[in-house]
Write a protein that binds this ligand. Structure first.
Ligand code: G4P
Length: 291
């Protein structure tokens, strides 16, 4: 296993530019809508958005709820609400939860909108900046709330390079921003969790190491899912790599000479996990945070 690779240090371009753009535009916004992955609600946030968006009313979209543990999603929703965020639980792929977006924005901004109306500014447009790391489902979400049928070329992942205004209705406009993740992983586990979900590309991580870590997490939190899917019986003393080896054996992944093909199993575990074939899991919990 390659320790250097697992200590993820991932530095994409366009980062500084995007941060500057957010800082320059934020003053004109009425609210900020941050889209996070419900499976990793903290690790999937850009680290200094808190500071950049400081003071603005905030809407937090817990996206991919279909892939996350429903019990944990409720806990996270409450955790963010306690911290002053308006929260929506969403599956952008099916559209579940997205219909409540406009109303949620207007509720969040009701005092401001009432103040506008009192000044005679009836029908003034509400502007919301939408932020989200790549692959979190930002384009899918925006297409849903703006009732756009198909993703345009510029909405494809990684293609939205600059800011873009998207009308939702006559008095609500979104400012779409490039989906960029800038690293400030004080906690190395953040990078690992992003890699579990595929938010960090597999070519910058060691797959067997990553899959072993995922096995280890699943053994601790969701052992039944491993028994069901891979017909293995995880024991307390089994390392993640042991479990990867056991699963590979069960699947008959042997190489010439009889060695177990753990790399193939690693790929399969990650693919199946990301495709939701093992079940619905949350990879960081409120309890972990408060422990
Ligand atoms: P981005 O703009 O944030 O980069 O992400 P994008 O919307 O392109 O979504 C990335 C992938 O995640 C897409 O899948 C999309 O369908 C899927 N996705 C978005 N939101 C959700 C969700 O709430 N639940 C689930 N399960 N998936 C979601 P894809 O495989 O790239 O495309 P497609 O096969 O769906 O067309």
């Amino acid at each position: 296993m390659n320790d250097n690779k697992t200590n993820i240090n991932w530095f994409p371009g366009h980062m500084t530019k995007t941060r500057r753009m957010i800082a320059a535009e934020i003053g004109k916004m009425d609210a900020v809508c941050e889209i996070v992955d419900a499976r990793i609600p903290l690790s999937s946030r850009n680290p200094d958005v808190e500071e950049l968006a400081g003071g603005k009313p905030r809407l937090l979209i817990l996206n991919r709820v279909d892939q996350a543990d429903p019990v944990q999603t409720k806990r996270w929703a409450a955790w963010f609400r306690d911290r002053g965020y308006a929260v929506l639980e969403v599956n952008a792929k099916t559209g579940e939860g997205t219909a409540r977006f406009s109303a949620a924005v207007r509720t969040l901004l009701q005092d401001k909108i009432a103040a506008w109306q009192a000044k005679g500014q009836v029908g003034r447009t509400v502007r919301v900046m939408v932020l989200g790391i790549p692959n979190v489902g930002k384009s899918t979400f925006i297409n849903r709330v703006a009732h756009r049928k198909t993703a345009r070329a510029e909405d494809r992942p990684g293609v939205t390079r600059s800011k873009q205004w998207v009308p939702v209705d006559q008095t609500l406009e979104l400012l779409d921003t490039p989906g960029i993740l800038w690293p400030k992983f004080d906690d190395p586990q953040v990078g690992v969790r992003l890699a579990f979900t595929g938010a960090i590309k597999d070519d910058v991580v060691d797959l067997e190491d990553l899959a072993s870590r995922l096995m280890d997490y699943l053994r601790r939190r969701y052992p039944d899912a491993l028994s069901e899917r891979y017909k293995i019986t995880p024991a307390e003393e089994d390392s993640g790599y042991d479990l990867l080896t056991q699963a590979a054996r069960k699947r008959g992944f042997l190489m010439r000479g009889g060695a177990v093909d753990t790399e193939r199993m690693a790929r399969i575990l990650l693919d199946e996990f990301r495709a939701g074939r093992l079940g619905r899991f949350t990879l960081e919990t409120v309890e972990d945070l408060e422990a």
